[in-house]
Ligand binder design. Sequence first.
Ligand code: URA
Length: 235
Amino acid sequence: MQLTKILQSQGFGVRRACRELVKAEQVMVNGVLVEDPELECDTQSLTLTLDGEDWLYREKVYLVLNKPTGFECSRQAQHHPSVFSLLPTPLTVRGVQPVGRLDQDSGGLLLLSDDGGFIHRYTSPKKEIGKRYRVHCKHPVSDEQIAALLAGVQLRDEPAPLAARGCTRVGDNVIDLDIAEGKYHQVKRMLAAAGNRVEALQRTRIGGFELPPDLAPGQWRYLEAEDLERLAEAA
Ligand code: URA
């Protein structure tokens, strides 16, 4: 593939800007400075270096971000900073999207990708991908409330009760809740319907993939092949 095209595909700007970057000797290919924007490159194991930073060529990108609370998942965030402000510019330019949003005041495991098929697979209601949330509640969580969450609670505007796949008490006021759907404010609404109230919410798992413990709030990393395999495991 032509170098200019490669740079464009990786989020370094429009075609013309990418051409200019090469002509201005700002781009190294596999450690070698190049000047020809039309240079044909093999994208297999290709590393670009710009501004002293290495970028492995990736046809599609899959990211995990530990979303901090106080950030919105939309690109045009209204009242709070956007999660996109936590990512390097080329990743936002190449069009990564959140794979299932989290509320502004929720945190934890957020996936992002520019692979439309992947986004669809993990957000389609039909697929029922398991998600786990660590839920801090206002009131101690009673056995009755856990039983109600597992049996199913009726939410307004939903045709049928929604049941948690699992619910484990972690502390007096803290539970791990497993759900299969991704309805608007689902966890908060389920806890309210069970007679409690969510004070803090963190997503800790999607499919078989856990939020990496070494990823601090605000940090992100690429998902590698083994992460994607884990993600695909039924939770
Ligand atoms: N359920 C909620 O209520 N909020 C989230 O951010 C995620 C699930």
